[in-house]
Design a protein around this ligand. Structure first.
Ligand code: F6R
Length: 240
């Protein structure tokens, strides 16, 4: 695993945006895997700036988001569908109808939705660059620590620690959905390149385990140690 040590969150966001922009430059019709959460917000802001300066275009870019709460409607401000449009897609020239893919948090048949999503990623040729954040407990996407991890896109129960961590976005902890749809460990590992962003003290323990080189289902990010093109972009606080 390559490690890019950054001073702070701003530098993590700059480095990550540059890597995404470079991917788009070498392959304008690339497939990006994208995360939500707090960490990538500034990376998205930097990419919007690059787009506004005419340095990159998302016209042909295809995106697949990692996960979505379940059940949740797309117009709920806490849905990842809403977040991605409000934070990123509404400000760039991506084809929102055709090229943006986000798991449907309102699907009646979740198994079918997960199967459809997995197939759509394959049909698009697989993910060229997957951007990840990391949970305080080491989760990636919503692949939570457990005795067994799922390979493919699936419905999952959120752990109490993730419900608590994510309650900061909701009015009340009771409003946090208890389930989510998420791409699986193999869906993520099939990506050609992966970058994982970590910033702040709260991530230090998970990052330490990731860098130990040991693999455990109790910290799903450690699975990334079997991939041959992973770059951790990490700031000083998350490395302590
Ligand atoms: C969200 C996702 C999650 C987050 C993780 C870190 O799409 O995949 O795994 O990356 O929960 O979230 P933040 O960045 O808010 O600390």
């Amino acid at each position: 695993m390559r490690i890019i040590k950054c001073k702070d969150y701003n530098e993590v966001s700059e480095v990550a945006a540059k890597i995404v922009a470079a991917q788009i430059t070498v392959k304008p019709n690339c497939v990006l895997g994208l995360p939500t959460g707090s960490t990538p917000v500034k990376m998205y802001k930097n990419l919007i700036k690059m787009y506004n300066r005419g340095e990159i275009s998302f016209k042909e870019v295809i995106t697949f988001n990692l996960d979505e709460y379940y059940p949740i409607s797309r117009d709920n401000e806490q849905s990842y569908f809403y977040f991605m449009h409000d934070t990123f897609f509404n400000y760039i020239d991506i084809n929102r109808e055709k090229n943006v893919n986000i798991l449907n948090g309102e699907a009646d048949n979740v198994q079918e939705e997960c199967r459809r999503y997995e197939e759509a990623i394959s049909k698009a040729g697989g993910i060229d660059l997957q951007v990840l954040g990391i949970g305080q407990n080491g989760h990636i996407g919503f692949n939570e620590p457990a005795d067994y991890l799922e390979s493919n896109t699936h419905v999952t129960a959120l752990t109490q620690s993730t419900i608590k961590a994510n309650s900061r976005f909701f009015n009340d902890i009771e409003d946090v959905p208890k389930q989510a749809l998420t791409t699986g460990i193999w869906t993520i590992l099939k990506s050609k390149k992966i970058i994982i962003l970590a910033s702040g003290k709260a991530k230090a323990k998970a990052v330490k385990e990731l860098l130990s080189g040991k693999i455990t289902t109790q910290n799903p990010s450690t699975m990334l140690n079997v991939h041959n093109d992973v770059t951790l972009i990490v700031d000083e606080e998350a490395l302590e």
